[in-house]
Write a protein that binds this ligand. Structure first.
Ligand code: NAI
Length: 333
């Protein structure tokens, strides 16, 4: 069966790693007719927006996309295309599995949890203004509707994956109303899942627990900003940003992308680790219903990475993007 999907190569290392991923999907025997559209910093220079309508229209039509990272200027310039994309398509759940990969160098050997991040509001609502010279306000928006639906997503995922607990991460001791509402919604949803324990952790304690005993966690439920930060921390527990995949899921569409950014320091050098985007593509393939092919890709990645000769610079090795990709392709045979 031939599938349709949108492909956004993105900025920096994006084109290199998404190309590696589409090669792997093809070699796994999954026929995808990729509709290629451009978004990001270069597009902004040409069209005055980092996210042209054709990108959103394409994803609305295909229902699924593989996306490379998109750079966002710091302190000024255009609004994040990533945030715009997630909000425009209501991709409310950002899901990032953080799992030890055998053979990939890391301080831990038994990490296995999933971050479920609310993806549409919080401090990413983009509502900032200058009150007067030297004073700005940034609004953290928390709604009952979005908090209940992300909590339900986390508990459903825990049930489906037979994970015994969901930890709601908050700072409701300080942000009593906003984080208080988020936490209250998690408590309400938890009542429908008596077999799953609801844990509650203040974000600062959670950060410490993650680096001392990461094996205690199953599903971590949190708001937009906390999820962004703890995703990178989580990546650091299992080998780094080069290996962790992710998805942004809504009721109509899903966009698959790595946790990492455009890594401008590596762009165009053939040194980027393609693993995170290849594993994101494997999740896309599973989403399309090609479960066996997705498992084959995941196994081929793990086998390739178990040999230090195929590990890229971020993992302490010397392999190039194409050497690791070729090893993964070879393992699919
Ligand atoms: P980054 O994730 O691009 O890079 C952080 C560090 O990790 C760098 O040392 C980089 O070389 C390394 N790294 C990242 N991906 C790698 C890979 N696949 N292989 C090997 N090493 C890798 O984060 P940074 O530097 O904070 O952001 C750069 C740009 O990316 C910014 O404009 C930011 O806004 C954007 N960004 C985009 C995201 C997205 O599109 N979803 C997510 C995060 C950042």
């Amino acid at each position: 069966m031939e599938h349709r999907a949108t492909l956004i190569p993105g900025d920096g290392i994006g084109p290199e790693v998404t190309q590696a991923a589409t090669r792997v999907v093809e070699a796994a025997g999954v026929q995808v007719n990729w509709e290629r559209v451009e978004a990001g910093a270069d597009v902004f220079v040409k069209y005055g927006t980092p996210l042209p309508d054709e990108v959103l229209n394409s994803i609305r039509t295909t229902g699924v996309a593989l996306k490379g990272p998109i750079g966002t200027p710091i302190g000024g310039g255009f609004k994040s295309a990533n945030v715009l994309l997630r909000q425009s398509l209501d991709l409310y759940a950002c899901v990032r599995p953080i799992q030890t990969i055998p053979g990939v160098p890391s301080r831990y050997s038994d990490v296995d949890f999933v971050i479920v991040r609310e993806n549409t509001e919080g401090l990413y609502s983009g509502l900032e203004h200058r009150v007067t010279a030297g004073v700005v306000e940034s609004l953290k928006v928390v709604t009952e509707t979005a908090s209940l639906r992300i909590a339900r997503y986390a508990f459903e995922l825990a049930r489906e994956q037979k994970r015994p607990s969901v930890a709601a991460i908050h700072k409701a001791n300080i942000m009593k109303l906003s984080d208080g509402l988020f936490l209250e919604c998690a408590r309400r949803v938890a009542r429908d899942y008596p077999e799953i324990e609801l844990r509650e952790l203040i974000i600062d304690n959670c950060a410490m627990q993650l680096v001392t005993r990461p094996e205690q966690f199953d599903v971590l439920l949190m708001d937009n900003l906390y999820g962004d930060i703890l995703s990178d921390l989580g990546a650091g527990l299992v080998g780094g940003l080069g290996v962790v995949p992710g998805s942004n899921v809504g009721s109509e569409c899903a966009v698959f992308e790595a946790v990492h950014g455009s890594a401008p320091d590596l762009a165009g050098q053939g040194k980027a680790n393609p693993t995170a985007v290849i594993r994101s593509a494997a999740q896309l393939v599973a989403h399309l219903g090609e479960i066996k092919a997705a498992a084959r890709i995941e196994n081929a990645v793990v086998t390739a990475l178990s040999d230090p000769a195929y590990q890229t610079g971020d993992l302490g090795g010397k392999a190039t993007t194409s050497e690791l990709t070729d090893a993964i392709l070879h393992n699919l045979d």
